[in-house]
Design a protein around this ligand. Structure first.
Ligand code: SF4
Ligand code: SF4
Length: 446
């Protein structure tokens, strides 16, 4: 829902998690971040640039401007991609600032009925209740596999749904069995065990990216890992933190710290750039929690994105060929949030036959940004169209990524704006570990 549709109900007072003056003061207004910002590149509007948004946060923090509709709209239109952080020479932690601004907005502004209730249910109940996610996954699987989805799509009914109809094509395929069925299991290393690692499943990825998770487990096994999928793990809280629901993110962080630190793993693995960035910030999320801050630091020290982990070990090179021209789209939260940029490229280049080609502006957001493509669909589509022009310019047959949200957005982009080869490819987008998994399977066939 656009911020302009929200009814302002100011509850008064500054929130303890609101943007802090010391963090805002780091911005020296140089403007070096402007061209890195996708919304500024699309709109050319200062108030939709990082510098402009920080200026507005300062105005609200000092009481010089109210938290009005304009402020809400400019904060909502930010992707939270953190490209401005990479571009900034003054060390402005923009990701921290936008999450703080949204936390204050969440606390002070209630959305009109029924939007607030839907949001509260989605974040407070659905994302954190595995049986509900499994139930919805099963219903969606039935809807998709029965042919009903195809009928609805061809009937023109979607046009009657207005804005909801426009985002229907972003619905991913539900996958059964979900990865929740692997919770509590141990997958033994192939060959001598070199590492014992924990694998994180997340929330909706367990339903819509179950096969990706399984491929991740297989690739880790091939690389001497015993993979444990702890049963007590919960949703990482990234979507909550991005949406300004900080207390819920804190509660989830505490549960994951308890669930994963109980056993002394060599590494805790995430295959999702967006989740990983938040998981690596648990010590900041729990900064003022005396009982958990030190434990959160230990957790963060073990947390590794799967690309980062595999690129740091002696990679199993017993791979078959993949004769395909592939480009890579950076996950914003992997490259700007976690600063992991070289590792996925190193892994792709290690696959025999794979023709890796770099697209221009690969580190500019594709418009996915968590659930941004659902909530701010128009801007997300505009950004996606620019992204696909860059991807097409290097004539790939497939796009690799390291984040499920980007994979959904890019797959939609390939269908709408892809070159002939991308449009003809039934799987135009794959995760880096899925490509490694394919290469290992090809080696077995050879
Ligand atoms: S996070 Fe992304 S969209 Fe938001 S201001 Fe920074 S560069 Fe722009
Ligand atoms: S966020 Fe950084 S790069 Fe952007 S205007 Fe401020 S100091 Fe300059």
């Amino acid at each position: 829902m656009a911020a302009s549709e929200t009814a302002l109900r100011v509850l008064g007072g500054r929130h303890p998690d609101a943007p802090q003056q010391k963090d805002l003061d780091k911005c020296v207004h140089c403007g070096l971040c402007l061209n890195a910002c996708p919304t500024y590149r699309e709109l050319g509007v200062e108030m939709d640039s990082p510098r402009g948004r920080i200026y507005q946060m300062v105005q609200v923090a000092t009481g010089a401007a109210p938290m009005d509709e304009g402020y809400l709209e400019h904060m909502a239109l930010c992707l939270g991609c953190r490209a401005c952080e990479t571009a900034c020479p003054s060390g402005v932690e923009y990701g921290k600032l936008i999450e703080a601004a949204r936390t204050e907005i969440q606390a002070r502004v209630k959305k009109p009925f029924p939007w607030q209730q839907i949001e509260d249910f989605a974040f407070g109940t659905l994302l954190v209740t595995p049986w509900m996610l499994r139930f919805i996954g099963f219903k969606m699987w039935l809807y998709q596999k029965s042919g009903l989805e195809g009928l609805v799509r061809s009937s023109g009914l979607l046009k009657l749904l207005g804005p909801l109809g426009k985002i229907e094509h972003l619905t991913p395929e539900a996958q059964l069995p979900t990865f929740f069925s692997s919770y509590g299991k141990v997958f033994f290393a192939q060959g001598p065990r070199k590492y014992r690692v924990a694998m994180l499943g997340g929330c909706i990825a367990n339903v819509f990216f179950a096969r990706l998770h399984e491929a991740t487990v297989r690739v880790l096994q091939k690389n001497g890992c015993e993979v444990v999928v702890p049963a007590a793990q919960v949703c990482c809280g990234a979507l909550h933190a991005h949406a300004g629901r900080r207390e819920e993110a804190r509660a989830l962080a505490r549960q994951n710290v308890d669930a994963l630190l109980a056993t002394n793993f060599d590494a805790i693995i995430s295959n999702t750039g967006g989740c990983g960035a938040t998981l690596k910030e648990y010590h900041e999320i729990l900064e003022h929690d005396a009982a958990y801050h030190d434990k959160a630091k230990l957790f963060v020290a073990k947390l590794k994105d799967v690309n980062e982990f595999l690129a740091s070990i002696d990679l199993n090179m017993n791979m078959g060929r993949i004769d395909r021209r592939i480009t890579y789209q950076d996950s914003c939260h992997l490259c700007h949030g976690q600063k992991v940029k070289a590792a996925p490229r190193k892994l792709l280049k290690s696959i025999p036959g794979l023709d890796f080609v770099e697209m221009p502006a690969s580190d500019v957001c594709c418009g996915s940004a968590g659930i941004y493509n659902v909530i701010e669909n128009e801007m997300a589509e505009q950004i996606l169209s620019s992204k696909m022009k860059n991807a097409n310019s290097v004539f790939p047959e497939q796009i690799a990524s390291s984040n499920p949200g980007c994979m959904i957005q890019l797959a939609a982009g390939c269908k709408l704006h892809g070159n002939e080869k991308l449009k003809a490819n039934p799987v135009p987008v794959m995760h880096v570990v899925e490509l490694l998994d394919e290469a290992y399977r090809n080696s077995a066939k050879a």
